[in-house]
Design a protein around this ligand. Structure first.
Ligand SMILES: [Zn+2]
Length: 439
């Protein structure tokens, strides 16, 4: 008998972890970190629900931190099997996991130095060394290539759009076929390809990040241009917290398009994130995973000044003229963007522009919800800058797009299991599926 347990992502959009069990064999689908509220982040410190050594294989759908960020801890705690991923996901995971280890080491060190930790001493969940150990366990699987895992299960990856390398995973095991959507991207996105349909499955596990939303149909380039020109006219700086992989590159693409049309010629653009810089270079190396031709890819990547070192990052803050700064992390949960928010949020001329999903409990969500101050580095920072949100730039499918993907099955799946959404979003999607697909 095959059983499915979803650990992480029930009732939250982070910490995606689904476990398929048959007898004493286990396949873990995604192995994400929890982000957002402290009670969620504390779950990262809790023991894994099953003994990591008892899991035979991990199947990754893509390399965002909330889908792969717990892997180094899983390996450190005894997981010894292969971690399956598409070729680009393997490379993106290398960037993301190393960075995650590095950030955690830095944060623990900073908290200990400044003495604002309740845990004494503060310890990272894992550092760069453990991240590297997890990366050694990766086994690359091409899109559409049926692959035998754990002796008698079969895995097939199909394109999910979303970010470079992102896939849906269909696993056939013990006479059942289960399709895991992972995060699905948008249809008709200018940069990423459409989510590919899965023709058949007995069960579907679908993520519902935007299960209760319809993305604004406004042209993202126009919306972006209007916000940037307003802030630039005030003499303000535009800080764009961005997921380093995926959104950062789409933003560069849209800004490059505007500059090509003669807009914002004198407004310098800085990509202040070593991880986003590496990811931009990866994009040009995987032309089959997105819609940009080599020439556009090169031109897009060339519009920004790349800032790798901390000195360069500090220099951006010190320059007095208007500029666009794209920096990670996308929900302002960590990373260099915090230094930019601390520097630019107190001045009302500036604009902090969010472009992706903001999970409950993150600084990003509280700023979008109108917070007048946010806490970072142990101090409260006043927020007087304009705060804007362009969710249509999100890499996540909205409710209609989730339905469109579900409509791609030739026969309705026996069961659709909705995960990875905050409760309202999951419930809204459940109602919509019942009404429109009769399932
Ligand atoms: Zn994702």
């Amino acid at each position: 008998m095959l059983t499915l347990t979803t650990d992480g992502a029930a009732g939250t959009v982070t910490g995606s972890r689904h476990l398929l069990t048959r007898g004493n064999q286990r396949i873990l689908i995604n192995c994400g970190l929890f982000q957002g509220f402290k009670y969620l982040r504390d779950l990262n410190r809790a023991p894994f629900p099953v003994e990591p050594g008892s899991i035979g294989a991990v199947v990754l759908t893509h390399a965002h931190l909330d889908h792969c960020g717990y892997l180094p801890k899983l390996v450190a705690d005894g997981f010894r099997g292969p971690i399956y991923a598409t070729p680009a996901t393997r490379e993106v995971a290398e960037i993301i996991l190393r960075d995650s280890g590095h950030i955690q080491e830095k944060e623990a060190e900073y908290a200990n130095r400044k003495g604002f930790t309740r845990h004494k001493p503060a310890r990272p969940l894992y550092g760069v060394k453990k991240a590297e150990r997890a990366l050694q366990a990766f086994v690359v699987v091409d899109f559409h290539a049926p692959t035998t895992i754990l002796g008698d299960a079969e895995l097939i990856y199909r394109h999910a759009g979303h970010i470079l390398g992102a896939a849906t995973a269909t696993i056939s095991w013990a006479g059942r076929k289960i399709a895991f959507s992972g995060d699905l991207g948008r249809y008709g996105d200018e940069v990423m390809i459409d989510p590919e349909p899965v023709e058949e499955a007995d069960h579907v596990v679908i993520e519902s990040t935007y299960g209760n939303r319809r993305h604004d149909q406004t042209d993202p380039v126009k919306a972006l241009a209007a916000l940037i020109s307003r802030a630039a006219a005030r003499g303000g700086t535009i800080v764009i917290p961005s997921f380093a992989v995926g959104r950062a590159q789409s933003l560069l693409y849209y800004i490059a398009k505007l500059k090509q049309d003669g807009r914002f010629r004198n407004l310098p653009v800085f990509l202040d994130s070593p991880m986003a810089i590496d990811a931009s270079e990866l994009l040009c190396a995987h032309p089959d995973d997105h819609r940009m031709c080599a020439d556009i890819c090169r031109k897009t990547c060339a519009i920004a000044t790349y800032v790798r070192d901390v000195e360069g990052s500090k220099a951006i803050i010190a320059t007095p003229y208007p500029k666009i700064v794209i920096s990670a992390s996308g929900m302002a949960t960590g990373g260099r963007v915090l230094h930019h928010i601390r520097a630019f949020a107190p001045d009302r001329r500036n604009l902090i522009l969010f472009t992706g999903f903001q999970a409950a409990g993150t600084r990003g969500r509280s700023m979008v919800d109108g917070a007048s101050e946010v806490k970072m580095f142990g101090e409260w920072v006043p927020v007087r800058a304009e705060i804007a949100d362009l969710p249509m730039l999100s890499a996540h499918a909205d409710a209609d797009e989730l339905l469109r993907w579900l409509g791609g099955f030739s026969a309705p799946p026996k069961r659709v299991i909705i995960v990875h959404g905050e409760p309202d979003a999951a419930e809204a999607l459940r109602v919509k599926i019942g009404r429109e697909l009769g399932g």
